[in-house]
Design a protein around this ligand. Structure first.
Ligand SMILES: Nc1nc2c(c(=O)[nH]1)N[C@H]1C(S)=C(S)[C@@H](COP(=O)(O)O)O[C@H]1N2
Ligand SMILES: [Mo]
Length: 303
């Protein structure tokens, strides 16, 4: 069904019902229950039935944000220094209305929704995160994508005075990422502004970060200050740092291993010391929604 994710699970709805209802059943809502819809339904192909959100503490204390250090607990400790108000996003390149947009302007023209998404880091850990945000497509449509545009480039804030990691050449700053235009326009692709109904903490990429749930976490670039529509594939920080290990696409794929570790399984943060690893799902569980974007592509080659 087109746009299934539009009414996607509200995080506030899924506990404890998610323990025994699959996504279709929840989406179908009370009507289906009245019609006795439970018994005959199979598991959703995406395995969305067991999405129990990680806690606020887990999501905000175990982070990757190298601008604030390479340790998982560094971002929470150091990101408080980053000033996120005022915040402007430059939108330029192949758009009808380029400009420097104040965050408030951007937010006034979009609809903020809840999206409960799986999140899978290339390092093979995962979480389930109750984001608030808006569809990137809404913003791109508003600024007018010109016919020649094929890719969208993103850039993180570059402010070494507030981002201690940027004072060392850990990565080639500022952090940049990119998507193909059709990936950027996909309804699953959001710009997150909050989680658990609170503003996004700095360590999670305040005040505005990309979330592309079927790709490895590093594609979900934080604290975005520039969005550029281009006709050529833009540079992406991890891909440029080590193209053999990190592809431009970086779709979650249990069949394509990282050169140094398997991607077949993952460790769910908060799962407990003795919890087993879980199987990693193709496109992180969103195959039904996104696999047609890659029809005919060799996913081992375009990894
Ligand atoms: N600017 C910037 N964005 C970034 C990163 C980073 O170091 N800098 N790390 C990426 C990686 S590797 C992951 S797994 C996610 C982590 O997001 P989280 O800390 O909100 O879970 O952010 C991604 N976005
Ligand atoms: Mo990551």
């Amino acid at each position: 069904m087109a746009g299934r994710w539009r009414n996607s699970l509200c995080w506030s709805d899924v506990t404890p019902r998610a323990a025994y209802l699959n996504r279709r059943q929840i989406m179908a809502g009370a009507g289906a229950l009245a019609l006795g819809g439970i018994a005959g339904q199979g598991r959703a192909a995406t395995g969305a039935d067991d999405l129990t959100p990680n806690s606020w503490d887990e999501i905000t204390s175990y982070n990757n944000y190298y601008e604030f250090g390479t340790g998982k607990e560094d971002p929470r400790r150091n990101a408080g220094q980053m000033v996120t108000d005022p915040w402007t996003v430059e939108i330029n390149g192949l758009v009808d209305k380029p400009g420097s947009y104040d965050l408030a302007d951007i937010l006034s023209g979009v609809t903020i929704e809840e999206r409960l998404y799986r999140f899978r880091c290339v390092e093979a850990w995962s979480m389930v995160i109750p984001w608030q945000g808006f569809e990137l497509a809404d913003l791109l449509t508003r600024v007018g994508v010109q016919p020649g545009a094929k890719y969208v480039a993103f850039q993180t804030l570059h402010r070494p005075a507030e981002m201690p990691g940027q004072r060392s050449p850990i990565l080639d700053w500022p952090y940049v990422e990119g998507l193909r235009l059709d990936e950027a326009m996909h309804p699953l692709t959001i710009m997150a502004t909050g989680l658990y109904d609170k503003p996004l903490p700095n360590q999670n990429g305040a005040p505005l970060r990309l979330v592309v749930p079927w790709k490895y976490g590093f594609k979900s670039i934080k604290s975005v200050v520039r969005i550029t529509l281009t006709d050529t594939q833009p540079p992406a920080t991890w891909n440029q740092t080590n193209p053999r290990e990190y592809g431009f696409y970086s779709n979650v794929n249990p069949q394509v291993d990282h050169p140094r570790w398997s991607q077949a399984t993952e460790r769910r943060i908060g799962g407990g010391l003795f919890a087993g690893r879980e199987p990693t799902l193709m496109f992180n569980g969103y195959a039904e929604e996104v696999s047609q974007l890659y029809a005919g592509m060799d996913l081992a080659k375009f990894f």
